[in-house]
Design a protein around this ligand. Structure first.
Ligand code: KG4
Ligand code: ZN
Length: 393
């Protein structure tokens, strides 16, 4: 099963072609990512309007490059997947509408992928990790511990009560004048700093739930920085190292708790899996390895390039959904907000899908049940994109 994936939810314009083999293994045929860092750097963060315009300008070429690198043309695809949210709405619209156009013209199913689901399923793309597993999703907008029980079947066990973990890295970087993007810069500075120089809090440590909180840590760091301002290069490095250590120790404690909750509710997980941009951080990766070996659970952490935003994960999530007969109508809306537990599930074989509507089964876009949807005398132009929606095969 061959799927084109498109990612435009934040500041990466990305396209990829991924093949899902019948035995569930994956081959990434191409994975093209264009970062917009240069466009946003002067503003110290992502500017949504600039991001959306940059996606418009770059996306066609990025898709053409991904198709060329894969050595395939649109006709060979089994589906077209785009991240339909959550994310910056301007960018999401660009990616989703482009996917709709390709799906409609080439009569392929459209898969509107939840960006978080794509992060959640990446471990299956890279390592074929079986369900159920315990996911640590750590990105710029999310910090969650999730029980991943199947495609479309996610139970959130813990989340942040304020800032996301990547946001905490980014704000720390900004405060210390390290610019954007922040996470990588903080990690680089931390590598030459003294993590014991500043005493920073470990928020939520020891609590019974599996939630996170990072805003207090961020404030504590700011107060320490203000006490010793103006900062030398060594001060900045020491602050970064102290901050990173506080984050790492908090993450380990919260994940230990999350694994316990997972076992109580769902039995043994097949693995502890990390995903999202912050999982690219080597100190966090090392700590997870340690935790997993103490906790006697396998650890799966995709390579950094597949932890940060990319389109291979979108294509893969699209392929996983398509393999379950899940696709979406051409009038599917882009979503700025889209909690992971609200994605469509495969049609139920038992009860328990209340509150979540299954996605529709998969005719090619623009066709009904595999037949041409156009009525007598209708041109392709006159076919409403809604036509595909009325079909449930
Ligand atoms: O998953 P991602 O690429 O985009 C979102 O969906 O948010 O994650 C981006 C986040 C940013 O906050 C960035 O600073 C952080 O991941 N990040 C890192 C590292 N690389 C990226 N944080 C800490 N250490 C890193 N090496
Ligand atoms: Zn992401």
């Amino acid at each position: 099963m061959l799927v084109l994936g498109i990612e435009t939810t934040c500041d990466e314009t990305a396209a990829a072609v991924v093949e899902r083999h019948d035995d569930g293994r994956a081959t990434i045929l191409s994975n093209v990512v264009l970062s917009q860092i240069a466009e946003h750097a002067a503003f110290g963060g992502v500017v949504p309007e600039i991001a959306a315009r940059a996606h418009v300008e770059a996306l066609d070429l990025i898709i053409a490059t991904a198709m060329a690198e894969a050595g395939r043309d649109f006709g060979t695809l089994d589906g077209v997947a785009a991240a339909a949210g959550p994310g910056l709405i301007g960018g999401v619209i660009v990616g989703l509408i482009t996917a709709k156009a390709i799906a409609l013209v080439h009569e392929k199913p459209l898969i509107a992928v939840n960006h978080l689901e794509a992060h959640a399923l990446t471990a299956r793309l890279t390592d074929g990790t079986p369900f159920p597993y315990c996911l640590f999703l750590a990105s710029g907008g999310h910090t969650q511990i999730v029980a991943v029980r199947g495609v479309g079947d996610y139970v959130r066990l813990g989340t942040t009560r304020d800032d996301a973990i990547g946001e905490a890295f980014d704000k720390t970087a900004k405060l210390l004048g390290l610019g954007y993007p922040g996470g990588q810069r903080v990690e680089q500075e931390a590598a030459r700093g003294d993590p014991s120089r500043f005493t920073l809090p470990r928020p939520m440590l020891g609590r019974q739930d599996a939630d996170f909180s990072f805003s207090g840590l961020k404030t504590a760091l700011r107060l320490e920085a203000e006490k010793i301002a103006p900062l030398t290069d060594q001060d900045v490095a020491d602050l970064c190292a102290s901050f990173q250590l506080a984050v790492v120790e908090t993450v380990v404690d919260r994940l230990r708790r999350g694994l316990k909750v997972f076992r109580q509710r769902f039995g043994a997980p097949s693995a502890l899996v990390a995903a999202g941009g912050v999982a690219a951080n080597q100190a966090i990766r090392d700590a997870l390895l340690n935790l997993a070996s103490q906790d006697q659970v396998a650890l799966v952490v995709p390579p950094p390039s597949l932890c940060t935003d990319n389109a291979a994960m979108i294509a893969w999530a699209g392929a996983e959904r398509l393999a379950h007969g899940l696709c979406d109508a051409l009038d599917t809306s882009p979503r700025a907000r889209w909690p992971l537990d609200q994605v469509g599930k495969p049609l139920p074989t038992d009860a328990g899908t209340a509150g979540v509507s299954p996605a529709i089964a998969c005719p090619p876009a623009g066709r009904v049940g595999g037949r041409d949807a156009r009525g007598p005398g209708e041109s392709a132009d006159s076919v409403s994109p809604n036509t595909a929606r009325s079909v449930v095969v």
